[in-house]
Ligand binder design. Structure first.
Ligand SMILES: Nc1ncnc2c1ncn2[C@@H]1O[C@H](COP(=O)(O)OP(=O)(O)OP(=O)(O)O)[C@@H](O)[C@H]1O
Length: 241
């Protein structure tokens, strides 16, 4: 079954066509990363799947239960951490479910804290707990690690991988980071000129970064994004991915 089916999605701002009759399917529990040049329409696509932007042309089928995590945690500063996680839950279940979700992201001790006392990584973990507490069938991640330092980002990758294994939502991760896309996703898709132009299956590649196909996939993605990578050992191999 597909969690997401998009057909012929078109979105333009004035004469600027951002999504041009785009088709996309994401299977149940599949983890898809979306990369593309800045301004290419990634956030527009994600916002459309979230229901935050209208579907002007084409069709979009998504599950009713979906959650979004943005680059910035967007916590309510006047609510305690657990209350932020519990937003929208039925009153009788709020405390228990918020506690469980906070424990899952390693923040059980911070339930009573105020958001402004958290580090950037902690705040983003709260945002993840808030997204997952409702057990969404589709989790939309818009550069959720973009503002974090490199070490925190590695910890967040581990956490997201664990949470995906436990809860099994379908995921669409928008990222600028090709390595992040290759490490986390089952499939990496490239948005170019308003359409999905390329996709790379990555599931087996992740298991061993020394697999030459990992480096080839990386070089190919960087090439599609217009980045020259100096770490490519054998550029002639790139075309074979
Ligand atoms: N509400 C809006 N009104 C007018 N133009 C918009 C609006 N929202 C997005 N755009 C334009 O649509 C294009 C795609 O924007 P979008 O944010 O989807 O790109 P992106 O791929 O997510 O970019 P980035 O990687 O830089 O975040 C951009 O040129 C942007 O200026």
């Amino acid at each position: 079954m597909n969690a997401v089916t998009v057909r012929g999605l078109r979105r333009a701002f004035g004469s600027h066509v951002v999504l041009d009759r785009l088709d996309l399917s994401i299977a149940d529990s599949e983890f898809v990363a979306l990369v593309g040049r800045s301004g290419g329409g990634k956030t527009t696509l994600l916002r459309t799947l979230a229901g935050l932007d209208p579907v002007a042309e084409g069709s979009v089928e998504v599950p009713a239960l979906r959650s979004v995590v943005f680059q910035e945690p967007r916590l309510l500063p006047w609510r305690r951490v657990w209350q932020n996680v519990a937003v929208g839950l039925p009153r009788s279940r709020r405390r228990d479910e918020a506690s469980r979700a906070l424990a899952e992201v390693g923040l059980a001790d911070h339930a009573q804290a105020w958001p402004l006392t958290l580090s950037g990584g902690e705040a983003q973990r709260v945002a993840l707990a808030r997204a997952l507490v409702r057990e969404p069938e589709l989790l939309l991640l818009d550069e959720p690690f973009g503002a974090l330092d490199a070490l925190t980002r590695i910890h967040m990758h581990d956490l997201v991988r664990q949470l995906h294994e436990r809860h099994r939502p379908a995921v669409l991760l928008v990222t600028h980071d090709v390595d992040e896309a290759l490490e986390l996703a089952d499939r990496v898709i490239v948005l170019r000129d308003g359409r999905l132009d390329e996709e790379i299956e990555t599931r087996e590649l992740f298991d061993d970064r020394r697999d030459p196909r990992f480096e080839q996939a990386r070089a190919r993605l960087l090439g599609l994004l217009g980045v020259t990578d100096t770490h490519v050992a054998d550029p002639s191999a790139v075309a074979d991915v």
